[in-house]
Design a protein around this ligand. Sequence first.
Ligand SMILES: [Zn+2]
Length: 380
Amino acid sequence: MKTPDVIVKGKDNGEGMVIHYETTKGTDVFGLAIPNIYADADWDLGPTWCYLILGKKTTLIDTGRPGNFEVFGSLLKSIGKGFSNINRIVVTHSHEDHDGNVAEIVSATQAELWAHTIYCQMISYHPHIKDGALHPELPGSCRLCRMPEIIYKNCLPYHKKRSSLKVDFPVRDDQRLPDEDLGFVFTPGHSPDSICIVLEDEVIFTGDTLLPDITSHPSLVYAFEVNRRILPKGYRRRNDVYGLMNYIKSLSKVAYLNSQPLKATFPAHRLFYNGRFNLLDSSERAKEIIQFHIDRCRDILRIIDNKPAGVADIVVQHFPPSRLAGMGKQLAENEIRAHIEIMEAYGDIRWASENRDIVQRTGTSNYLNAIEVYLHCSSF
Ligand SMILES: [Zn+2]
């Protein structure tokens, strides 16, 4: 991938930076790095990269963390654009660092809003459907939020504004717009409504599905039962959208897209970090992340060894202490549980306690074949 031009030099982690990339066909793409600062900031994910495509329509991909509407405006200004120039907004998924400011930007631009059809359900409220939700009062995207109140209460005003939006074009899984040389790839797993966007068979915008440096947080299969009844009808019968295995399938889909090899990959975080660009080959990176999850399963089995082991102990033994500070601990436990879910499904692990906090090996490693299929070929 060729190195993008730097229009505005931002901070060392990329925040405030503006970059430019021109496709072979001459389409201009700009990247704007919107601040992404958590209330409990003991770990830096890096800013959210939002992208502007100056194609037939001017399309904005993602709108950054809430509270950055003015920053957004000033970064647009640096490339001679304003909100009124934007015709379409595409949201990669319903997480607050990707669709924060969306209500404000929709109203300032009068642009069409595009997102996966599941997104429509994620931004709306379903308080009458409890089904084991920790927070049935929060919108679909947050019914299993495990953050402390001090953190999630910051999101409440943004949720409210977001819920009033109408999605003008609900994207249905994999879809192509030949007129505009634009394609959508449905990549659920990190969230049930994740999409990647492919431009001119040359550039892929990956949202959180594919990131450099870090692997995105997988959702849990368990979320399917909690959210089954809020999903659009076609997605309720069996779980194709939650959990690590669905995420791995999505990675495989990206690795083996018909349009591979793609020339440029624009992720939503860490395009630029620690003072340098992270330029990815999306196919190679997708395979690397699948391999990473295979290795993590292997390490979990190694830690469990031949006696029952507590999930909390596995977390402490697998992750370095720096990853377990603050809300890192909860995230780390979810990661381990996502892997346990796969190995339990393939019979490699069983629960040794009723409240599902102690696991035991069965002696098999069936997970390996199950995941490796996706590493070596596309089954789509
Ligand atoms: Zn996300």
